[in-house]
Design a protein around this ligand. Structure first.
Ligand code: FAD
Length: 259
């Protein structure tokens, strides 16, 4: 089974700042693997622990320095990885990012069975990239995944979080799964892992390697225009009513609204 895990380098802070052009201010910030992607990596590694012939490749689209997170993933036990990088990819919105990652997976991994993403990136936070990859490859996608319960006969059975509980879904592979924080913690690297990461050959692929045109990537391939970025006002804690029945609930809410 071939698994691709998409990882994004994000600033190690919740205090995101914006540039004049409404892009994220990254200078001067330490970078880490997006925390949800750590769960995607761990989920892939758990499959490798329990199934035979599992090969995991991790990839990121970003500047050449994003090589650092690919090495970190390899130190955890991921088999190999590459960086999708080119000045022409700069300014990509989620549509262009999804298209670029999908093309890189198609060209460079080939016949992938499972693509794992994080549910959200802690900086951009749109949750659109995984679904965008699935659309470009014409694969099914399941979001809000908490766990892969099994993979048998080309069908993955997964646990998905919904508002009032969980759903168990089956999906035919190849498919894209977007991982939430799981009930298990991502593993830490061992010394052997650090050594493997140090000597791993990380490949770098640009526009010419992934079969797309310049109009399809980066700012040229991005229909989104960010007119304004701002931090929403912190809301004060609300009032909780504990009604006896529906009529009581309505009356209590009306009383509160009328002051
Ligand atoms: P989400 O969709 O929330 O991420 C979900 C998951 O998708 C992640 O957990 C990860 O598994 C995967 N994923 C997301 N991004 C990547 C990636 N790059 N590589 C591998 N896996 C990934 N960002 C810049 O850094 N520089 C820019 O110049 C820039 N310009 C932009 C211009 C516009 C008009 C817009 C709208 C956005 C721009 N961005 C830029 C932000 C960039 O488009 C997003 O960071 C990117 O598309 C991913 O979206 P997200 O952060 O919301 O990730």
């Amino acid at each position: 089974m071939k698994i691709a895990v998409c990882v994004k380098q994000v600033p190690d802070t919740a205090d995101i700042k914006w540039t004049e052009n409404n892009t994220i201010q990254r200078e001067g910030l330490e970078s880490i693997i997006n925390p949800f992607d750590m769960y995607a990596l761990e989920t892939a590694l758990k499959l490798k622990d329990r199934e035979q012939n599992v090969n995991i490749t991790t990839l990121t689209m970003g500047p050449p320095q994003a090589e650092e997170i690919i090495r970190k993933a390899i130190s955890l036990g991921i088999d190999d990885g590459f960086v999708v990088t080119d000045k022409k990819f700069a300014g990509a919105d989620t549509a262009a990012t999804g298209r670029t990652l999908a093309a890189a997976i198609k060209e460079k991994i080939k016949e992938v069975d499972l693509i794992l993403c994080g549910q959200f990136a802690t900086d951009g936070d749109t949750a659109q990239t995984g679904p965008a990859i699935s659309v470009n490859l014409n694969y099914p996608v399941i979001t809000y995944v908490k766990e892969i319960l099994s993979v048998e006969n080309n069908i993955a059975t997964v646990k998905k979080e919904v508002e009032d509980g969980t759903e168990i879904l089956k999906v035919k592979l190849p498919a894209v799964l977007c991982m939430l924080k799981c009930d298990y913690e991502p593993r830490r690297p061992l010394i052997k892992g650090f050594k493997n990461a140090q000597k791993a050959e990380i490949k770098f692929y640009g526009l010419n390697d992934i079969g797309l045109e310049v109009e399809q990537v980066g700012i040229k391939g991005s229909p989104t225009y960010v007119s304004k970025a701002f931090r929403p006002e912190q809301k004060q804690g609300g009032e909780i009513f504990v009604p006896d029945n529906a009529d009581d609930a309505v009356n209590k809410i009306l009383e509160a609204l009328n002051g």
